[in-house]
Design a protein around this ligand. Structure first.
Ligand code: SF4
Length: 328
């Protein structure tokens, strides 16, 4: 059996602070298969971006991976040296960040940046790399790519720049792309085009995509599966259609209720009272318990582990029927 493109097992990430060690990720596990888009959604501080950074080996001190394992197509990568990881980034893992200018050098023509990346990761000659760069720009929807290839980043609109970043991310034909809020800074109409482009990556190139966003609407449009994160853990994971239509975790239920429908069905807009706890103040037991309308005694003491429910897995004591049967 072919291994998943990305397999994250029991990942833990900690940050040392004056108040002691803060655990930003606490036992996160998931897989992404070839050609699959996994959406990772949650509020700011839920740990979704940190998970993406851990996968690409870009957790800066005082942060560190303190436990767990990360595998890329069966090869363990969390214990590689910074140099080995640098080689994997760009070649086997592509990255798309919210601000395209993080990935583009304003001083170089975009063609030079694409050609340079292509030459680093492939055996193409200068002229073949330039031809490939033009093809890539056409593929991501840059009009007149043979002319625009000689433009500088500032000569492109935000949406066009993000397309260039996607061309850069896919140029070495990576197995995995980590896209962190790739559409957040863009106009709504441009967002839809970038979403369509990301979707095509999985379909046409077989690339596995980890799409990190706070926007459940983007996930619903793009992803095959979704992981809902809360306080550094996965509250629920499953096929996007199932999680959107029948969310199981009380937090996911609130989150899904907050997706406005096309019909503008305001009755679906549900607010979850309270806010996510700071890393320094995560309550014992289930970290959602102070906000959860269903919380009971056990929730304040014992941390729920993921429980399989059909196609979904949910970390909530409400679904622990074995324990209920034992107690009965
Ligand atoms: Fe609510 Fe308890 Fe489930 Fe946590 S474990 S989501 S507090 S019912």
């Amino acid at each position: 059996m072919t291994p998943p493109v990305l397999s994250v097992r029991n990942l833990r990430v900690e940050f040392a602070s004056r108040r002691g060690v803060l655990r930003a990720i606490d036992g996160v596990s998931f897989d992404i298969a070839k050609g699959e888009v996994l959406g990772v959604v949650g509020e700011s501080g839920a740990g979704k971006s940190v998970t993406g950074l851990a996968v690409i080996g870009l957790i800066d001190p005082p942060g560190r991976i303190s436990g767990g394992e990360i595998y890329l197509s069966g090869m363990r990568i969390d214990n590689l040296s910074p140099e080995e990881l640098r080689r994997i980034r760009g070649k086997r893992i592509g990255m798309i960040f919210q601000d395209p200018l993080t990935s583009l050098n304003p001083l170089y023509r975009i063609g030079d940046q694409l050609v340079e990346t292509l030459k680093t990761h492939t055996n193409l000659s200068e002229s073949a790399a330039r031809r490939r760069a033009i093809d890539l720009l056409a593929e991501v929807g840059i009009p007149a790519p043979e002319k625009r290839i000689d433009g500088y980043p500032h000569e492109f609109s935000g949406g066009m720049r993000q397309r260039v970043v996607i061309a850069l991310a896919i140029c070495a034909e990576p197995e995995l792309i980590i896209a962190d809020e790739p559409t957040t800074a863009l106009d709504v109409s441009v967002q839809a085009q970038i979403i369509a482009l990301i979707k095509r990556l999985g379909r046409d190139h077989g690339t596995a995509v980890m799409l990190v966003t706070h926007d459940m609407g983007v996930i619903a449009e793009t992803s095959d599966r979704v992981a809902v994160m809360y306080s550094g853990r996965i509250a629920e994971i499953g096929p996007v259609r199932d999680v959107v239509q029948s969310p199981l975790h009380p937090y996911a239920r609130g989150l899904m209720g907050a997706i406005p429908t096309l019909a503008g069905d305001a009755a679906r807009l549900v607010q979850i009272p309270g806010s996510m706890p700071r890393l320094s103040a995560i309550p014992p037991g289930c970290s959602f318990n102070p906000r959860c309308p269903f919380a009971f005694e056990r929730c304040r003491i014992e941390r729920p582990e993921p429980i399989r429910q059909g196609t979904q897995a949910v970390a909530c004591h409400l679904y622990d029927t074995a324990a209920k049967e034992t107690a009965a």
